[in-house]
Write a new protein. Structure first.
Length: 121
């Protein structure tokens, strides 16, 4: 299964990707919203891990594009803020399946990806 990680910090993205690749997932890492959107235009993904650190509007534009282009693709939002702690992200993005803290351990993120991919099949 294919996973797109949209994360502006390449080191953090590489850590997440490593955990997912060890689970046998094919991972593409994009460090800006433009490249993430261009990648979504060319490739189907089963899951997107999207850090709001890209910029709230930019991250939501990636999620919107994914919802339009790939309506079955699940999105896990990652954020360093408490802004979406009220669950409002689920009203903004119909593909949202989780919203996590940026400080979530990578193994927990990988477990959540595995859970949602297993239940999507």
């Amino acid at each position: 299964m294919k996973i797109l990680i949209a994360e502006s910090n390449p080191e953090l993205g590489a850590i997440w990707a490593g955990h997912l690749e060890r689970q046998g997932r094919e991972v593409t890492l994009c460090t800006c919203h433009e490249v993430a959107t261009q990648t979504l235009a060319k490739t189907d993904f089963d899951m997107i891990i999207l850090n709001m650190a890209l910029g709230e509007a930019e991250a939501l534009s990636v999620a919107d594009y994914a919802a339009y282009r790939h309506p079955e693709t699940k999105v896990i939002f990652v954020t360093s803020s408490t802004f979406f702690s009220d669950g409002s992200i689920f009203a903004l993005c119909r593909n949202a399946c989780a919203c996590l803290s940026e400080h979530t351990p990578p193994k927990d993120l990988a477990a959540l990806v595995e859970y949602h991919l297993r239940n999507a099949a």
